[in-house]
Design a protein around this ligand. Structure first.
Ligand SMILES: Cc1cc2nc3c(=O)[nH]c(=O)nc-3n(C[C@H](O)[C@H](O)[C@H](O)COP(=O)(O)OP(=O)(O)OC[C@H]3O[C@@H](n4cnc5c(N)ncnc54)[C@H](O)[C@@H]3O)c2cc1C
Length: 433
C-alpha cells in the first residue's frame, strides 16, 4: 500500500493540472493513469515527421491559457489569421470576419452586413452570463434577424464549442467562447503534446509521482470518507484526498454505492459530444489561399494548423478537418463528408499526402452546460469526504480544456480549504444551475 496525501485518477490536462497545484501547495501527490503515456485527449501523435493532435486543437483566451501562463509554461506557437471562407451550397465564399471581408462577401445582403457589423462591435462587451439559462437557438432566433447572419452565428458558435446541438446548448458559455475566439487563438508548435510534456516536467519538478499503465478499478470509501484507490494489478494507494478526472460514467463505476451520491445525478445528466476528425499532412497545398473554412450549411470545419504552428519536421502542411456529430453517426458517411471537404478546399490533396489520421468518433466532451443540467458537477462529492471530481465534463460553464483546468483548480482549492477547516463542521455545497 502506497501512501499519498492526494491521489489523482487520470493523467490528462485536468489530472496534471490538479497534481501540480496540489504539489505546489506542499501535498505529497500521485497521478494514476491507465494509458502507457500521460496526456489523455491532449496527446499528439507523430507520423512521418508530422505532429497530429487528436483532431484540430486551438487554445482560446480562456482559463487554460491563463493557467498555463500562471504556471510558466513556454507555450510556443502562433495566432493564425481568421480570414477564411464559408461553405455554402457547395461553394467557397469569403467569410465575413472583419471590415474588408464583410464588404467583400457575397454571403450577405447590405442589410445583413450592417447587422453583422453591429454584432461584431458589440459582441466583445456582451455580458454572456445573462444567457446561461437560455438555449443557443433561442438566443440566436431572438437576437438576430437576417437569416444568413443567423447561419453564420450557428457556424461560428458550433466551431468555437464543437457542439452542434443549439436546442440543448446553453447560450452564455458558447457566446463567451466566441468572445475569446475573436481575441485570436493559439496553435501550438509540435501540437498539444508539447503542453503535456511541459506539464509532466513541471509535475516531476514538484515531486509528483506519475504511475502510467495503471488502471484504477475502485475507489474504496468507509464511514463517509475515502480510503484508497485500487488498481487492476491490485496496487493500492491510500490517500486522504482523491480527485477523479475520468469521465462521469467511469467515476460512477469506480465508487461503490455511487447511486446514493451526487455522482449518480452527474452521470445521468451528462451529454456526450463527439466529432469525426480527419488530419492530413500534405507536401504542399494545392490551393495555398484556402486554409481556413467554416461549413455554413454543413457541420464541418477545416483549418491548416501549419499556417501558425510548427507541425512538421520537413515542411509538410498539417490540415485538420472536423465533422461535428449529432446522435446518429456513420463512420463511412462522415469520412466521405470530410474527404469531400478536402476535395473542395484543396483539390488534388491525395497526390500530396504524406500521412493521415482518421478518428471516426472521438469524445470532445463528456458533458457541458446544457438546458437539461440540474447540478454543477463538483468540485466535491458531498457524500464522501475527500472525494472530488475534475475534467472538462465538471464544467461550471467553461468549455473544453478551459473546463479541464478550471475544474482541476476548483478541486484542489476545495481540498486545501477542507484541510484548513478540519475539525470544524463541514457543509458541502452544490450549486443548482
Ligand atoms: C477532436 C477534439 C478536438 C478538441 N479541440 C479542442 C480545442 O480546439 N480547444 C480546446 O480547448 N479543447 C479542445 N478539445 C478538448 C480537450 O482536448 C479536452 O478538454 C482535454 O484534453 C480534456 O482533458 P481531461 O483531463 O479533462 O480529460 P482526458 O484528457 O480525457 O483525461 C482523462 C484521463 O483519465 C484516464 N483514465 C480514465 N479512466 C481511468 C482509470 N480507470 N484509471 C486511470 N486512468 C483513467 C484517461 O486515460 C485519460 O488520460 C478537443 C478534444 C477533441 C477530442
Amino acid at each position: 500500500m502506497m501512501k499519498y496525501e492526494v491521489a489523482v485518477v487520470g493523467g490528462g490536462v485536468a489530472g496534471l493540472t490538479a497534481a501540480i497545484y496540489a504539489a505546489k501547495a506542499g501535498k505529497r501527490t500521485i497521478v494514476i493513469e491507465k494509458q502507457d503515456r500521460l496526456g489523455g485527449r491532449a496527446v499528439s501523435n507523430k507520423k512521418k515527421g508530422a505532429y497530429f493532435n487528436l483532431g484540430g486543437h486551438a487554445l482560446y483566451h480562456g482559463d487554460a491559457l491563463a493557467t498555463f501562463r500562471e504556471l510558466g509554461l513556454r507555450l510556443q506557437g502562433n495566432q493564425p489569421s481568421i480570414d477564411g471562407y464559408g461553405i455554402w451550397k457547395g461553394k467557397l465564399l469569403t467569410m465575413p470576419m472583419g471590415i474588408k471581408s464583410l464588404l467583400a462577401t457575397p454571403l450577405l445582403t447590405w442589410k445583413g452586413k450592417m447587422e453583422l457589423a453591429s454584432w461584431l462591435v458589440k459582441l466583445g462587451k456582451l455580458d454572456t452570463h445573462r444567457y446561461d439559462q437560455i438555449s443557443l437557438r433561442d438566443w440566436i432566433e431572438g437576437h438576430l434577424h437576417d437569416p444568413m447572419v443567423r447561419n453564420l452565428f450557428y457556424a461560428l458558435l458550433r466551431t468555437a464549442s464543437y457542439v452542434a446541438a443549439p436546442d440543448m446548448q446553453a447560450a452564455g458559455p458558447v457566446l463567451q467562447q466566441l468572445q475569446h475566439s475573436l481575441q485570436g487563438v493559439l496553435y501550438l508548435d509540435r501540437g498539444w503534446g508539447a503542453v503535456i510534456d511541459e506539464l509532466r516536467e513541471m509535475a516531476a519538478e514538484h515531486g509528483v509521482k506519475m504511475l502510467t499503465s495503471s488502471k484504477v478499478v475502485a475507489i474504496e470509501h468507509r464511514d463517509g470518507a475515502v480510503q484508497h484507490v485500487r488498481c487492476e494489478d491490485d496496487t493500492r494507494v491510500e490517500a486522504k484526498h482523491i480527485v477523479i478526472t475520468a469521465p462521469p460514467a467511469v467515476a460512477h463505476r469506480l465508487v461503490p454505492n455511487a447511486e446514493s451520491t451526487a455522482l449518480h445525478a452527474w452521470r445521468e445528466q451528462a451529454i456526450e459530444i463527439t466529432a469525426a476528425c480527419l488530419d492530413v499532412a500534405l507536401r504542399r497545398l494545392p490551393r495555398p489561399k484556402q486554409q481556413f473554412v467554416y461549413g455554413i450549411d454543413q457541420t464541418v470545419f477545416l483549418s491548416n494548423q501549419s499556417r501558425a504552428a510548427y507541425l512538421s519536421d520537413d515542411g509538410a502542411q498539417v490540415i485538420s478537418v472536423i465533422k461535428y456529430q449529432g446522435e446518429d453517426t456513420n463512420p463511412d458517411t462522415d469520412l466521405r463528408d470530410l474527404e469531400q471537404t478536402l476535395d473542395l478546399v484543396q483539390p488534388g490533396w491525395r497526390d500530396e499526402l504524406v500521412a493521415k489520421q482518421y478518428l471516426p468518433r472521438i469524445t470532445v466532451c463528456h458533458d457541458f452546460l446544457h438546458m437539461g443540467r440540474q447540478h454543477q458537477p463538483g468540485p466535491a462529492v458531498p457524500e464522501i469526504a475527500g472525494l472530488y471530481v475534475a475534467g472538462e465534463w465538471a464544467s461550471h460553464g467553461e468549455l473544453l480544456v478551459d473546463a479541464a483546468t478550471a475544474s482541476a483548480k476548483r478541486a484542489v482549492q476545495y481540498l486545501l480549504s477542507r484541510e484548513e477547516t478540519e475539525g470544524k463542521p463541514q457543509y458541502a455545497h452544490r450549486d443548482i444551475v
